[in-house]
Write a protein that binds this ligand. Structure first.
Ligand code: COA
Length: 153
């Protein structure tokens, strides 16, 4: 499923930047430099995706991935607006990114998630990811991260 009743998945465009930066703060409580999104969407346009409400044009969520050496892919940033969570938006964004990666012969997708982010960890487990390691004090506030990985077939 790459869309749902209330959203469509589209490539990130520079005009979405302000909405995405606000969403980063609301959903992740972080600040990510705007240059990151512009660089990643230029480098890998098919790995920088947003979910949009087609009626209001509002950005409901986004995902940014990259391809690394060999056949490895990575989810770099991923968030859905708190008010739009639980409606399949996250599922659709991840599924669309995985499809793009598969088309470019990515065979394993990696990501890091805060060890205290239980909902996201469960979400990833249900989507076929397993914990492969722990990265201690990975975040500025000292929180640990789990490394997770999913084979793509
Ligand atoms: C993790 C995250 C991206 C998932 O996005 P999401 O849009 O909520 O994901 P989905 O709706 O596809 O699935 C989430 C849940 O909704 C359920 N769901 C899916 N479609 C649904 C629907 N149509 N109606 C109701 N529930 C639905 C799923 O079963 C799942 O169950 P859960 O509540 O036990 O997790 C989102 O929770 C988020 O942005 N969290 C904060 C930021 C974050 O943690 N990012 C990841 C950092 S690594």
């Amino acid at each position: 499923m790459f869309s749902g009743p209330g959203f469509v998945i589209e490539p990130f465009r520079p005009g979405d930047l302000v909405s995405v930066l606000k969403l980063v703060q609301r959903s992740l409580g972080e600040e990510i430099p705007y240059a990151f999104f512009l660089q990643m969407s230029t480098l890998r346009p098919d790995y920088s995706l947003i979910a949009r409400d087609p009626a209001t044009r509002a950005v409901l969520g986004f995902i940014v991935g990259t391809k690394e050496a060999g056949h490895e892919g990575r989810v770099l940033v991923f968030a859905v607006d708190p008010e739009a969570q639980g409606q399949g938006v996250g599922h659709a964004l991840l599924a669309r990114l995985q499809r793009s990666m598969l088309l470019q012969d990515v065979r394993q997708v990696h990501l890091e998630v805060r060890a205290d982010n239980h909902r996201a960890i469960e979400f990833y487990r249900r989507h076929g990811f397993s914990v492969t390691g722990l990265q201690e004090a990975a975040y500025k506030d000292g929180a640990d991260a789990y490394r997770m990985m999913k084979p793509l077939h």
